[in-house]
Design a protein around this ligand. Structure first.
Ligand code: FBP
Length: 271
């Protein structure tokens, strides 16, 4: 009997990132910081309300919205494609970082998600537990037709600086090898080093993670660098919804994400 070869599903190369892409670019609004940092750290009277953030996502032209289960259950209106975050942790635990699954892929789909999100703290002493959990989640997501979005955050006693360009490229590559459709990584500081990270991620789409609120120009120039480096876009939160005018910031963001051209010369950075 001849070898049947890889299954049709394996050779199909379905693009699970597609629901979050517009012209190959991606603009995701992230809103899980209430859990990750605490409400008093990041929120004010206006942005503490999930309905306000969902309105920004809908009116701001975002191609994705990342929420935790509880906020999705109570507020999600089905308009902006949902990435349901399946793990999360508080900032109160002072130990090697670990974030475990608290919501199933099946339930994410029932809530209307087009993708699931998961954070791995690469380099943590608890890394292998997250890797194992994610491995199952990624397969379940694809079996249900959902995208698998991986926040790869190098963190833990073994990781001195998570924005070191080699560490950022490592995170990007880990995203590819762990099967992420979209890998969310920190900015490495300049377009040239970020281009290496994008290259390391191969066919996984790379989005840049925002970080604490900075100046408009500082924030937008990181995003310009991301796109020039060949990245697909952003998955950001605080620099948008902490802005005095989140709708105007979203408009500026749209321009940079959708109108910036990649710089081909950056594509060969390691001759
Ligand atoms: P920001 O743009 O606000 O940084 O959000 C991106 C994000 O990945 C959130 O999804 C997450 O809550 C947060 O950053 C985690 O931040 P930290 O690096 O402090 O753990």
């Amino acid at each position: 009997m001849s070898d049947p070869g890889p299954s049709e599903a394996m050779t199909e190369k379905r693009d699970f990132a597609a629901p979050f892409l517009k012209d190959g670019r991606c603009m995701i609004l992230a809103y899980d910081q209430g859990l990750e940092h605490g409400p008093s750290e990041d929120f004010n009277d206006r942005n503490v309300d999930p309905a306000f953030i969902i309105d920004i996502a809908n009116k701001g032209g975002y191609t994705g919205l990342a929420l935790q289960k509880g906020t999705a259950e109570k507020y999600y209106d089905g308009k902006t494609p949902l990435i349901l975050k399946l793990n999360g942790k508080s900032v109160l635990v002072k130990a090697e970082p670990i974030s475990r699954q608290h919501c199933s892929v099946k339930y994410a789909k029932e809530l209307g998600a087009k993708g699931v999100g998961y954070t791995i703290f690469l380099g943590s002493g608890r890394e292998s537990e997250m890797v194992q959990e994610w491995g199952r989640i990624q397969e379940e997501a694809h079996a249900l037709g959902l995208g698998a979005v991986l926040w790869v955050y190098p963190r833990g006693t073994g990781v001195p600086l998570d924005t070191n360009p080699d560490i950022v490229a490592y995170a990007a590559r880990a995203g590819l090898e762990f099967g992420a459709d979209i890998v969310k990584i920190k900015y490495s500081g300049d377009a040239k080093s970020f281009a290496w990270a994008v290259k390391a991620a191969g066919r996984a789409k790379v989005v840049m993670s925002g970080g604490p609120k900075t100046t408009d120009e500082g924030f937008l120039s990181q995003i310009r660098g991301t796109i020039e480096a060949g990245g697909a876009g952003v998955a950001v939160g605080r620099n948008v919804w902490q802005h005095t005018d989140p709708y105007k910031m979203s408009e500026q963001l749209r321009k940079v994400v959708f109108e910036t051209k990649p710089v081909p010369a950056l594509a060969s950075v390691r001759a």
